[in-house]
Design a protein around this ligand. Structure first.
Ligand SMILES: N[C@@H](CCC(=O)N[C@@H](CS)C(=O)NCC(=O)O)C(=O)O
Length: 244
């Protein structure tokens, strides 16, 4: 394992592998910029992919919910979302495109299975996460049950309840397509694990979300194991503490 450097950017700690000073590859390493928001689940996914590949990067904080999104960022991402990745002048947004690029452009652990059926499952899980899981698990359960109360922002109990009602169908579907091994697809970590982990990581912070996950044995066993990986631990966002 490479040594870790803790970079500080406007209060945000980024743990990233670093080369020895003076290493001629250093400039290439630091030519990766990840623009994201510290609490964003999609930014967490992109960070997790970079950490799993052992790639260092500069973190640029952009709050897509804020009023002052820099014009330079909006020129990069016309849909006002995060994250976006810049690598030696190449700009890419949409998290699935970023993580596949990170996997294919850099050496290291291969994060997409080569076997066609495992690869199809991997892509299927990523798509389920984007299309069906993100809104109820994160934007309804996590946002209204955990994040907004902790930030002192108004939360909508009915949104929280709607997310909880939708969750069992999503968890069951994921459980059906997930493999029986240690990882969701194949015998090593893949983008399926990387895309799902942050969503589950936020969802289980609501005790009701955690109870629902525990009713899905395969997924809860996977999460108990995968959440202990150093890349997950190192990239987990530090949320504000719960209000007394
Ligand atoms: N399709 C986008 C979704 C990214 C996304 O929704 N990011 C959230 C933060 S987790 C965001 O920027 N939200 C801003 C908003 O909803 O206005 C991707 O895959 O990158």
């Amino acid at each position: 394992m490479m040594p870790a450097l803790r970079l500080r950017d406007r209060g945000l700690h980024v743990t990233a592998p670093v080369l020895a000073p003076g290493n001629i590859l250093e400039a290439r390493f630091m030519a990766i910029e990840l623009h994201g928001y510290r609490y964003s689940v999609y930014s967490w996914i992109a960070r997790l992919a970079l950490h799993e590949k052992g790639k260092a990067y500069d973190w640029i904080e952009v709050n897509p919910f804020g009023e002052n999104i820099p014009a330079s960022y909006l020129a990069t991402h016309p849909f006002r979302r995060v994250p976006a990745l810049v690598h030696t002048g190449f700009v890419v947004y949409e998290t699935g495109a970023i993580t596949r690029y990170v996997d294919e452009a850099f050496e290291g652990l291969k994060l997409q299975p080569a076997e066609p059926r495992e690869r199809a499952r991997c892509n299927q899980i990523i798509s389920i996460v984007d299309s069906y899981a993100y809104w109820p698990l994160v934007r309804q359960v996590f946002s209204h049950g955990v994040f907004r109360p902790r930030m002192g922002l108004p939360a909508d109990e009915s949104e929280f309840r709607k997310g909880l009602e939708a969750a069992p169908r999503i968890l069951s579907a994921l459980e059906q397509v997930a493999g029986e091994g240690q990882y969701l697809c194949g015998n090593q970590p893949s983008l399926a694990d990387i895309h799902l982990a942050p969503m589950i990581g936020y969802f289980v912070l609501a005790p009701e979300g955690n109870t629902l996950l525990q009713e899905h044995r395969r997924l809860s066993d996977w999460w108990a194991d995968f959440s202990r990986r150093s890349a997950v631990v190192d990239t987990t966002p530090q949320l504000p503490s719960a209000l007394p």
